[in-house]
Design a protein around this ligand. Structure first.
Ligand code: ARG
Length: 274
């Protein structure tokens, strides 16, 4: 009888310990990243703001401000988590790494969710799909009509972007030049240092309408089955953080808000382009 009772006590003690362990597991598992952000009261977002209309800089009241549809999206996520949002501007080739190192909590930077990147990061549900286009000088439109016209020619792409592979895989014999900043690619094109620039369409449109000497080659099509949609990059196994981020994106998408944000910020980028 006594032994039986002791057994019962031990079994229930065991159950309590197991339950407690479960609770701790939740903190370190599915809730780990979300509770860290909530404890800090800040969501730190990595981005490369030379990518209008998604992220770019304007001067407001004499001060630099980072704006764009990705900025609006990140702010919506902050609102839904009940935390402040801090933007950390950096070169695009450092954006993803900053999520891995923990310097940023998430990255919202027009990032294509490729199979390769998915090995190292979690990605939110996709929020935008864009095709790649070729920009040339308007005066060169007669010379460059198809991808093969760029064989043996310099074409600029952003360092660390998917365009590096798209250009070298889809243009035989091209001389792909990786540059850190999109603005620099556009300048080199204007100065004839490179003959083409490959960007996704909304960004190309923003640069072209701010630079009347440039144009998109409408007869050139890249294989778009190779383009992955934009998604937010999160640390691997981000659990409930991903669930919360997805919730916000799904809601905005259902309301058609994302496209509206992209449009609104496109207008803003045109107004602020010098
Ligand atoms: N979508 C491309 C990629 O993921 C380019 C993104 C560049 N983003 C930026 N904010 N500069 O590689």
């Amino acid at each position: 009888m006594k032994i039986k009772k002791l057994g019962l006590v031990l079994v229930s003690l065991g159950a309590i310990v197991a339950l407690a362990a479960c609770g701790a597991d939740k903190k370190s598992g599915a809730d780990k990243y979300l509770s860290k952000i909530k404890d800090k009261g800040t969501l730190t977002v990595a981005l490369n703001p030379d990518f209008a209309p998604f992220e770019f800089q304007i001067i407001k009241d004499g001060k630099n401000e980072i704006v764009g549809s990705d900025v609006d999206l990140a702010n919506e996520i902050g609102k839904s988590l009940g935390v402040k949002v801090k933007f950390q501007a950096m070169d695009f080739n450092n954006v993803l790494a900053s999520v891995q190192s923990g310097k940023a909590d998430i990255a919202v930077s027009g990032i294509s969710a490729t199979a390769e990147r998915k090995k190292a990061y979690d990605f939110s549900t996709p929020y935008y799909t864009a095709n790649n286009v070729m920009i040339v000088k308007k005066s060169d439109l007669a010379t460059y009509k198809k991808l093969s016209d760029f064989s043996g020619v310099k074409v600029a792409v952003q360092k660390g972007s998917v365009q590096e592979n798209i250009v070298s895989d889809q243009i035989k014999g091209v001389n792909a030049v990786s540059l850190i900043k999109n603005g620099q690619m556009i300048n080199e094109l204007k100065n004839d240092t490179v003959s083409g620039v490959v960007l996704e369409e909304p960004i190309a449109k923003a640069y072209v309408s701010a630079n009347p000497d440039l144009a998109i080659v409408s007869s050139i099509q890249f294989d778009s089955s190779k383009s992955d949609s934009y998604a937010i990059a999160l640390p691997k196994d981000s659990g409930n953080l991903k669930t919360e981020v997805d919730k916000v994106i799904k809601k905005l998408k259902a309301d058609g808000q994302i496209d509206k944000l992209v449009e609104k910020n496109f207008e803003l980028s045109q107004k602020s382009a010098k």
